[in-house]
Ligand binder design. Structure first.
Ligand code: GLA
Length: 413
């Protein structure tokens, strides 16, 4: 946070009015279900994007990124689909969407600094949108952070920024996670009704898991685990592996999956694949016109059922059950939905080989990150096994880090 303030002062010549931040996310389960009116279960990451902001009296937006060392300037009147291009679209798009929703929003000077790795499938773009959206809400007196209804409205604006200005046809999970998640809880979000439940996900407090640190991209995990009597770490942890196989959500594959789901829903005469009851799945599959649509539909319907089962398993403290659901989700995403890749499969297999209760790709896929539910004492083995598997194949060294469920977007200073 000091860095974003110092940089803001250097770039814009005065202190920011405040600093806001928003988290990246990992989805525990419920992948590609958000745009099918389904259920998702993300947690907010400890890794966040900071936005130091000062309001302007005119309608100019100036944004500096610490990561790219670049200043982008755009008049709000010039923001629209495809304008500006690149990362600044996520910032400008949010102001554009708030204006489109009837809010009085003026220009801003913004400095962004992100600890959420870009291209890792951890929703760095939603973190950027939501940090700026939180700042705009406070600075222009919109009051959207005051309650969950306001936060959901802000999330919807951030989704519009991403869909319409940045041109990525994503669903709404990432922005909802960044704005609605609570510390030590996973967010069960019904993407049709907008209903939410906060499901305890505090692996440290129930004696089944531990407090732990995160690591900075050096391929090792540190500080994980409480100590049991014999000095060995006890409990369980969630390990994220950023495969560094870069993914992009606006390269067509994501949109193609979305269209297939819409086509399947249309053929079945339902509003969304959410409406297919798991017990009628075989029937529904028999009515679809081709095998690709059958496999896509099977993934969505079974994945939504797995979210429900995972919530029950978490509530019952059944981590073995959670692990089995992770494994089933990964298989479904790999074989039926076809959004995994060799690096994700290898990271999942390495974690399992090191004793994970379960592991799966998380996020959109085609690269990005996987998650593994591991006994705390197996983390180092999992990191070693994953790193070795990647080195053997000549891939870039993956980044592994243990995460806990963090807090939603808000004002930091
Ligand atoms: C990306 C999108 C989300 C969601 C996931 C897959 O993260 O941004 O809306 O569709 O992929 O679950």
């Amino acid at each position: 946070m000091t860095r974003v303030v110092d940089t803001h002062r250097q770039v814009f010549g005065s202190d920011p009015e405040g600093v806001w931040s928003a988290p990246g996310r990992v989805n525990l389960i419920g992948e590609h279900t958000d745009y099918n009116d389904g259920l998702v279960l993300p947690i907010a990451l400890p890794q966040r994007t900071d936005a130091a902001c000062s309001p302007r009296a005119d309608d100019l937006l100036r944004v500096w990124s610490v990561q790219t060392d670049e200043l982008v300037e755009v008049a709000l009147a010039d923001v629209g689909p495809g304008r500006p291009e690149g990362w600044a679209a996520y910032v400008a798009g949010v102001l554009w969407a708030l204006r489109a929703a009837g809010h009085e929003v003026r220009g801003l000077d913004v400095t962004v600094d992100s600890a959420v790795p870009v291209g890792a499938g951890l929703s760095s773009s939603a973190a950027l949108e939501c940090a700026v959206g939180a700042a705009a809400s406070d600075l222009f007196g919109l009051g959207l952070l005051a309650d969950d209804a306001g936060r959901a409205a802000l999330a919807a604006g951030c989704v519009r920024a991403e869909n319409e200005v940045a041109g990525a046809p994503t669903g709404g999970m990432d922005q909802s996670a960044a704005l609605l998640c609570r510390v030590d809880h996973a967010l069960l979000l019904d993407c049709r009704s907008g209903a939410t439940e906060h499901v305890p996900f505090d692996l440290a407090s129930d004696g089944t898991a531990s407090g732990h640190g995160t690591t900075a991209g050096d391929g090792s995990a540190s500080g994980s685990g409480t100590e049991s009597g014999d000095g060995a770490p006890s409990g369980h942890v969630l390990l994220v592996t950023d495969t560094r196989a870069e993914h992009s959500l606006n390269d067509g594959q994501y949109g193609e999956r979305r269209s297939s789901c819409e086509q399947a829903a249309a053929e079945l005469g339902v509003a969304a694949l959410r409406d297919v009851d798991p017990k009628d799945l075989d029937d529904a599959l028999a009515r679809l016109s081709d095998d690709v649509l059958r496999r896509r539909t099977r993934h969505i319907v079974t994945e939504i059922a797995r979210v429900r089962a995972c919530v029950e398993a978490l509530r019952a403290g059944d981590l073995a059950g959670v692990g089995r659901l992770f494994d089933a989700s990964h298989a479904s995403l790999r074989d039926d939905y076809e959004v995994s890749c060799a690096e994700l499969d290898a990271s999942v297999e390495a974690a399992r080989g090191a004793g994970a209760l379960g592991a799966r790709m998380t996020g959109g896929g085609f690269g990005g990150s996987s998650i593994a539910l591991l006994p705390a004492g197996a983390v180092d083995d999992a990191v070693r096994a994953t790193t070795a598997a990647f080195a053997e194949r000549g891939w870039r060294e993956p980044r592994c880090f243990v995460v806990t469920a963090g807090v939603a977007a808000g004002r930091d200073a």
